[in-house]
Write a protein that binds this ligand. Structure first.
Ligand code: AGP
Length: 606
């Protein structure tokens, strides 16, 4: 959600705070702020809007000091205004926060009754008041922080400056991630490894409930109960720290184009190109497993749906896929010998994490398909299956989606072999198909010029329908999600067979209808759906392969011919056209592709 950075440095800190905030802007971007200790006094600058607004403000009103904190916000409590922008101050305390304090109304009432006056509508500000009150009783900073944290319900990652403590920054985490960065004579806190990436590659991931005090000499870390604890230092790979757009206009565009390479990395981690076998790490007995329960949100959920088609068909292993925010609040009927499988790019999505913990508490074995190694999910789950696609910055997920599908496909092959559903020859054949996927994804990205043209018309639409059958029905959901996320055009994804049960009523000459129809066993049915739509004046964008293009009924407004591929890898090959279509529609409309309104990359609130 929000991005956080804190630095106890040896040189002026303001530009470095801004550099980090620019990297964190993908986490939230409705306002930003910094606070710096200047000659013993905490001074802050805050601005509504993106980091640029804060940069301009700091150019007019500079701050110079060696210790400071910064924040880029995704609003929860309180409108995205300067008054609600972080850092928030009360007395000696100035702090920034990521998360939601659930008992804030009650705490605010209590503080107000004691005479505290508030200057924002946020839940965050009450934390500053509580801590200031504890400090006023004479408690030293770490003890005052512990006493404050004990009063909070909800989720937080916090970094805190205290006037009078010139070389100290406090931090705490519960429900929202926080990492410690170790420099030479300097220390850092950040909401993820990217935040501290410009300054150090040595990080400590704080555990749930930990709080910390950093100064120039190092970090003192305490657990939930206040015991001084040791947490290991990890060296983060350069790829996790260095994220640039290169020659691309947007991270999303770059990440779409990165997919041949990122999928290659993922496939290399899960497939042996010599023995042509699937390599799935961990001690989960795929032969004996009775069911997989996938829990996930958004695009990760859709990747899970595609995985269901592939795993059930190939391995005859039942897979349930459920939106984590529903799963965690109902009473799902779980059976032992079910693998709880969380899917998450960030590894921090609050609902997915809660659903995973729920399954673990019921005694299920757990695994997670995750991008962000070191994330909370990665640390709590039984088995981690990383997707190896590097940091994904664009809020609209693209390369993580295809990498997740690669992992699930390899899992399907491994499970099928373990369960005797395929023999070694068939395993080798499927692995060969997977190894071909990166090249074919590259060819699919080559359709970009044609798709850019199509996007000009789609950008005029009010509604767009995406249809497909089999795994393509799930990809239709992803096409619709991508389009609405970044272009703000209303879009729906449907299993094409459902068309006549309702959505066909939407069809008119102004509604583009994207039909995803590789020449697989469903092709004739998808072609019939296309005819039904054309008969009602619908503007069909038919995305198919060369064989499908030759057999397609007449009347499509445009036929996009993706490379020929086996149905097993069609979800991978057909992803790029729908991602590019959403991307170019959004660019044509002048939308903010990497930072669409109201969204944030990692949703660490319920
Ligand atoms: C995808 O484009 C979205 N921005 C969003 O749906 C995302 O996939 C979802 O929030 C889940 O995130 P996660 O994979 O990090 O758990």
């Amino acid at each position: 959600m929000c991005g956080i950075i804190a630095i106890v440095g040896k040189i002026p800190v303001t530009d470095r705070l801004l550099e980090s905030l620019r990297r964190l802007e993908y986490r939230g971007y409705d306002s930003a702020g910094v606070a710096v200790i200047v000659d013993g006094k905490v001074k802050r600058r805050r601005a509504q809007g993106k980091i640029k607004a804060l940069e301009s403000l700091l150019a007019e009103q500079p701050l110079s000091g060696q210790v400071g904190i910064g924040h880029t916000r995704w609003a929860t409590h309180g409108a995205p205004t300067t008054r609600n922008a972080h850092p928030h101050t009360a007395g000696r305390v100035t702090l920034v926060h990521n998360g939601i304090i659930e008992n804030y109304a009650e705490l605010k009432a209590e503080l107000a009754a004691r005479g505290h006056v508030f200057h924002s509508d946020t839940d965050t500000e009450i934390i500053a008041h509580l801590l200031d009150a504890e400090l006023s009783t004479g408690l030293p900073p770490v003890e005052a922080l512990k006493a404050t944290l004990d009063r909070l319900n909800g989720a937080y990652a916090l970094v805190i400056l205290i006037e009078g403590e010139d070389r100290l920054v406090l931090g705490a985490r519960r429900g929202s991630p926080l990492v410690v960065g170790h420099g030479k004579g300097e220390m850092f806190l950040g909401s993820d490894a990217l935040a501290v990436g410009p300054f150090t590659d040595r990080v400590t991931y704080l555990d749930e409930g930990d709080f910390v005090a950093i100064d120039n000499d190092g970090a003192r870390i305490f657990d939930l109960k206040g015991n001084l604890v040791h947490r290991p230092i990890a060296v983060i790979p350069a790829s996790a720290a260095m994220v640039e757009k290169g020659n691309f206009r947007h991270f999303m565009e770059k990440e779409i184009h990165d997919q041949p390479e990122t999928c290659q990395h993922t496939i290399a981690a899960y497939c042996d190109p010599v023995s042509l076998t699937a390599k799935i790490s961990g001690d989960i007995d795929l032969a004996k497993l009775e069911r997989i329960q996938i829990v996930a949100c958004g695009t990760s959920y859709i990747a899970g749906l595609i995985g269901k088609y592939i795993i059930e068909q190939m391995a005859d292993l039942p897979v349930d896929v459920e939106i984590a925010s529903e799963f965690r609040y109902r009473d799902p009927a779980l059976r032992s010998n079910t693998l709880a499988l969380a899917m998450s790019q960030s590894g921090e999505t609050a609902d997915t994490l809660a659903a995973l913990r729920f399954c673990q508490a019921k005694g299920l074995a757990s695994a997670a398909v995750i991008n962000a190694q070191g994330s909370t999910m990665a640390r709590e789950v039984g088995t981690v299956w990383p997707i190896h696609c590097g940091p994904e910055i664009g809020v609209a997920s693209t390369k993580a989606f295809t990498a997740q599908i690669c992992v699930l496909t390899a899992l399907a092959v491994a499970a099928a072999r373990a369960r005797g559903q395929i023999d070694a020859a068939e395993e080798a054949r499927t692995i060969k198909l997977l190894l071909e996927a990166p090249r074919l994804i590259g060819e699919s990205i080559g359709l970009e010029d044609a798709i850019r043209q199509i996007a000009i018309d789609v950008a005029k639409a009010r509604d767009v329908l995406y249809l497909g059958r089999g795994a393509m029905s799930a990809l239709a959901l992803e096409g619709a999600l991508k389009l609405k996320e970044i272009s703000y055009i209303h879009a729906e994804g449907y299993a094409a067979g459902e068309l006549k049960h309702g959505p066909i009523a939407l069809v008119d000459e102004n509604t583009p209808i994207v039909i995803l129809a590789p020449s697989d066993r469903y092709f004739e049915k998808s072609a019939s759906n296309m005819s039904e739509v054309i008969a009602r004046g619908g503007q069909v964008i038919f995305i198919t392969d060369p064989k499908g293009a030759a057999q397609a009924p007449a009347g499509a407004k445009v036929v996009v011919t993706a490379p020929a591929c086996d149905p097993l890898i069609a979800p991978l090959v057909f992803s790029a056209p729908i991602q590019l279509l959403a991307y170019h529609v959004a660019v044509h409309k002048g939308a903010d592709v990497d930072q669409p309104r109201n969204l944030a990359k990692s949703v660490t609130v319920e």
